[in-house]
Structures are given as structure tokens and as C-alpha cells.
Design a protein around this ligand. Structure first.
Ligand SMILES: NC(=O)c1ccc[n+]([C@@H]2O[C@H](COP(=O)([O-])OP(=O)(O)OC[C@H]3O[C@@H](n4cnc5c(N)ncnc54)[C@H](O)[C@@H]3O)[C@@H](O)[C@H]2O)c1
Ligand SMILES: [Fe+2]
Length: 375
């Protein structure tokens, strides 16, 4: 068991779910709103969590989280939070449930609509203390359990980041046992999300050697474990490593992400197709690595050394091959994106909050070329 000291209280290890009840009480949360999705309910994980709660019959459950959470779902859950007189939020699920929970916690203490708090609308400073949150991740990918962002598709159709240290959950309870039943496709896709976080924060030009050390360590851990976990979901050690890598990615978000996320955010807002965040990041990782290479020569050399690659090996090729071995798609066409949307996505990516920290400036034309290269 590992207890890591950070802004969030992090409890990490197989079986730490048993600490949930005490952790909620320590945060003075007597009546949480449990936020999750229907898939999680079907796995039995929500029942396992409920079994850990004292007076669980008193805990309302919102299970309407969409994959790519929406403002509409936030407002619905907020109604339940208020009518049940909750005093905190308990997120149980992947990044979607955790992000939805963050937005509920925000609107529990702030006026709607959410758009006014969006990072690109200058909303960061408008966010003050929110309702207390405890996050229990059930995927190993997003790192949202320790992150300061929530990504929500707003009523106007834009998927935007709301960012504030106040949105960091009070407690992250990371129990890798909860990921043992995660299907292989989702294990691969969420793992590539964690990998893309570690790579993008490492390459971000913001100076922060401590975060970079964490990102490199997380990257090595994820690359070492992902194929094992995909082949054998019951491998406890690989599940531990992947959940730790995901957490490490999240601990480095303060450096900012890059072009992969600039594109995957607007792609995740499309209404006619529900694109999974990690899957899109996996597709975008190789071309973005190629694009950034000219300005990241030294850092690429350090990544290669850390991953045991030879100096003349292509990093982009390495991850394209890894994606193929994991059975992940290689093109955006395969996952249902319409060609006619490429320009709109490229234009939205320029405005995304991750764009300023991509190591190489990226224009709408650059984003369009990146999209076309993997269409
Ligand atoms: N806030 C942040 O910093 C941040 C960072 C990265 C991604 N995100 C967001 O996170 C979301 C993606 O999250 P995700 O990749 O974790 O997926 P998700 O939360 O959308 O879940 C995907 C599917 O996995 C299922 N699932 C989850 N855990 C399971 C388990 N243990 N066993 C079986 N099925 C399980 C869910 O029921 C769901 O159907 C996106 O909306 C993305 O924008 C946020
Ligand atoms: Fe991500």
C-alpha cells in the first residue's frame, strides 16, 4: 500500500476500497451523491462500493454519466444532489464519471451556466471552493482523480476544459483491483491516454523538472505493463503498474498537455459518433510525435533511452507498432469520423487550452494536416 502526499490525499493499493467509509467521514461527507455510469453498475462495481458505505441506503446514485460527459447530464445530477440534500460527491468510474462529479461539485457552490468557467473563456479565476469530492477511478488512463480539470460538452456543443485547483478531488482512492474486469480494448485505449499524458506533459515547454521525472517514470511503467494487462486482465502486478502510471500522468498536468489533447477534446464533442478519448489519443500519438520531433530532439533521446530504444529508432513508429499490437485503430475513419468535419475540428483545436503548451506552435493548417495524416 502506498500513501502519497500531494494536494489530493492519495490512497493507492489493492484493497484500499475498504478505507472508503472512513475517508468520506474524514472529509465530513455524510451524504454523498454517488456519480457513475450504467456500465459500471452492470459490472457490480457500484454494489461493491455501496457495500463499503455505512448507511448506504441513504446514498443516492446518479448513473446517467455519458462517455464524454455533457452539461445536460451535470444539470440532471445536480437536481438529485440538491433534492437529496447531499454534502459531497463520490465519483466511481472512469474519467467521465470523475469529470461529471467535478462539474456537479462546482455547480453546487457556483451559479450556472458552466460556460463562464471554461478555461478559454477566462473562467479559471471565477472558480472558488467547490463541494468536497472523493474519486474512485475504475480505469487506468485519465488521471482525473488528481487533476485540476474537468472536460464537459457544453450546451452549445463545445467540449471545453474547466480548470482550477479547487476542482482537484480531496481524496483519490486508487484500488487497482477495480480494474481487473476492464475489457482488453478499454485497457489498451485508456492505457494509451495515460501514455499520451506522460509524453505531452514531459514535452511541454513549461519548466518543471519534478513533474518531468514523474512523467518519464509513468511512461516507462505504462509501456512496460500495457501489453501484459491487455493479454491477461487478471495480472495484478500489471494492473497496479497501469493505475500508478495513470496517476503519475495526472500528477504532471500542471505542465499542460499538447496537440494530441487539443484535437481529442473537440473530437470528443461530436454528436453523431461517441469517440472514446483514449482511443483517439492513441491514433493521434504517432503523427503528433512526428510533428514535434524537430523541436524536441534532446527530450526524444531521453525518452528513447528510458524505454530501452536505440537512438536511431523512431518514437512515432514505436508507438504506432505498439498500437497495432494492442489492436487499437490506426485511423479516424475507422472510428466513424466524417471527413467533412476535419476542418471544424482543426479550427477548434487552435482554441483548446492544451494548445499553448504544445512544444511546437500549431496552426489550424498544422492541425488539419495532422488529422488528414491519420484519416
Ligand atoms: N479531467 C482530466 O484531467 C481528464 C484527462 C483525460 C481524460 N478525461 C476525460 O475522461 C473521459 C474518458 O474517461 P475513460 O477513458 O476513463 O472512460 P469512461 O469513463 O468514459 O468509461 C468508458 C467505459 O468504460 C466502462 N468502465 C469503466 N471502468 C470499468 C471497469 N472497471 N470495468 C468495466 N467497464 C468499465 C464504463 O462503464 C464506460 O462504458 C473523457 O471524457 C475525457 O475527456 C479527463
Ligand atoms: Fe487524456
Amino acid at each position: 500500500m502506498v500513501a502519497i502526499s500531494y494536494l489530493t490525499q492519495i490512497e493507492f493499493g489493492a484493497g484500499v476500497l475498504s478505507e472508503l467509509s472512513g475517508l468520506l467521514l474524514a472529509q465530513c461527507i455524510k451524504k454523498p451523491l454517488l456519480v457513475t455510469d450504467k456500465g459500471l453498475v452492470a459490472t457490480g462495481i457500484v454494489d461493491r462500493v455501496m457495500a463499503e458505505l455505512t448507511a448506504s441506503d441513504n446514498v443516492p446514485v446518479f448513473d446517467g454519466t455519458p462517455s464524454n460527459p455533457t452539461e445536460t447530464a451535470v444539470l440532471k445530477a445536480l437536481q438529485l444532489y440538491r433534492s437529496s440534500e447531499c454534502d459531497g460527491v463520490l465519483a466511481v468510474g472512469g474519467g467521465s464519471s470523475i469529470d461529471l462529479a467535478k462539474a456537479i461539485a462546482l455547480l453546487a457552490t457556483h451559479e450556472a451556466p458552466l460556460a463562464q468557467y471554461a478555461a478559454i473563456e477566462g473562467g479559471v479565476a471565477k472558480i472558488g471552493p467547490v463541494a468536497p469530492m472523493v474519486a474512485v477511478p475504475t480505469t487506468s488512463g485519465t488521471g482525473s482523480e488528481v487533476g485540476r480539470a474537468t472536460l464537459i460538452t457544453l450546451q452549445d456543443g463545445r467540449k471545453l476544459g474547466l480548470i482550477s485547483p479547487h476542482l482537484i478531488p480531496k481524496v483519490a482512492l486508487c484500488d487497482p483491483d477495480l480494474t481487473m474486469g476492464l475489457p482488453s480494448g478499454l485497457t489498451a485505449a485508456t492505457g494509451l491516454d495515460a501514455i499520451s499524458h506522460c509524453i505531452e506533459t514531459y514535452l511541454s515547454p513549461r519548466v518543471n523538472p519534478v513533474a518531468e521525472a514523474i512523467a518519464l517514470d509513468g511512461l516507462e511503467r505504462a509501456v512496460g505493463a500495457i501489453e501484459i494487462a491487455v493479454l491477461n486482465g487478471a495480472d495484478k502486478s500489471a494492473r497496479w503498474e497501469l493505475m500508478m502510471a495513470s496517476l503519475q500522468g495526472g500528477l504532471t498536468f500542471q505542465k499542460g498537455l499538447g496537440a494530441i489533447h487539443s484535437l481529442s477534446h473537440p473530437l470528443g464533442a461530436l454528436k453523431y459518433v461517441n469517440l472514446h478519448h483514449g482511443t483517439i489519443n492513441a491514433i493521434l500519438l504517432p503523427p503528433v510525435l512526428d510533428f514535434n520531433e524537430p523541436v524536441c530532439v534532446e527530450k526524444y533521446a531521453r525518452i528513447k533511452k528510458r524505454l530501452g530504444l536505440s537512438p536511431d529508432q523512431s518514437l512515432s513508429r514505436f508507438f504506432a507498432d505498439l498500437n497495432a499490437r494492442l489492436g487499437l485503430p490506426a485511423t479516424l475513419k475507422e472510428v466513424g469520423l466524417r471527413e467533412g468535419d476535419l476542418l471544424t475540428i482543426a479550427e477548434a483545436a487552435v482554441l483548446d487550452h492544451s494548445t499553448p503548451t504544445n512544444p511546437r506552435p500549431c496552426t489550424a493548417d498544422d492541425f488539419l494536416a495532422l488529422l488528414k495524416s491519420v484519416y
